[in-house]
Design a protein. Sequence first.
Length: 257
Amino acid sequence: MAEQDTLAQLAQILADSQRLVVSTGAGISKESGIPTFRDAMDGLWAKYDATQLATPSAFVQNPKLVWDWYQYRRELVGKAKPNAGHYALAELEDLLPQIVIVTQNVDGFHQMVGSTDVVCLHGNIMLNKCFANCRGTPTYVDPNLLEGNDSPPRCPHCQKAYVRPDVVWFEEMLPPDALTRAFELSRTADVMLVIGTSGAVYPAAQLPFITHENGGIVLEINPNESGISSIARHRLAAPSGEVLPRIVEIIRTLRRA
Ligand code: BV8
């Protein structure tokens, strides 16, 4: 089916949705200049595998290496801006009865552009916490309290454990409330739009399958095939920053008709 037809079909299904869930991965931030998780390993990080660095054991074994990798990525996020795709999703809130974003991303861009209901599965790279959660889970650490430029710094509260980024590492549990809500939303969604994820990381990758098993329609925007494509009724093989604004325009027109 030509891209234009797929785009029109996808827009119509979204326009008719009553309980839409949008599941986003690193691909939606690619056009903001943030490398996707797998190609975050470029330059000096090329010799490492992200799944080997984003783990508690890697941090215990080599705290400086892991901390420096996050500092590198935080700098990228700090310099980047949300793109037209993030803004288009925020605009959908005024056009649809219900839209909830469930994101694997840690850049905070959905909230930054005004999306009001965002479930963050993997935390926020711009926040820090005590590795020992010395004052309860989580023990956030105010960057202004960090002294010197130790890499990583020690927690200013317990003075013992290292400070770490507030993200969910591999082999760590996801925030229980976020995960429970994501499962529930996926079960009851009549449509799930999956944007920019390879569908390789669990339990996030399970969500579209839950929607599909419960009779919901799965749609996908991704230039490449992914682990989700097999259950997508339509896959728009295009960059999300390019097509999401066009989809919003079509839905606006349908609303005026
Ligand atoms: C858990 C935060 C229970 C950190 C991330 C063995 C032991 C322990 C666990 C496991 C195990 N085997 C499997 C597991 C489960 C494991 C897992 O899934 N592993 C994978 C590698 C198989 N999961 C976990 O460990 C999770 N916890 O299961 O707890 C438990 C507890 C103890 C023991 C066992 C189980 C925790 C997972 C969370 C990891 N943290 N992020 C950080 O950011 O540093 S994951 C991180 O990678 C992202 O958050 C995201 O989830 C994932 C990257 O995936 P994508 O977002 O999809 O990005 P990717 O680059 O892959 O793809 C980008 C896509 O965009 C591509 O398809 C591309 O085509 C597309 N694209 C490109 N440009 C565009 C575009 N699309 C649209 N527009 C464009 N312009």
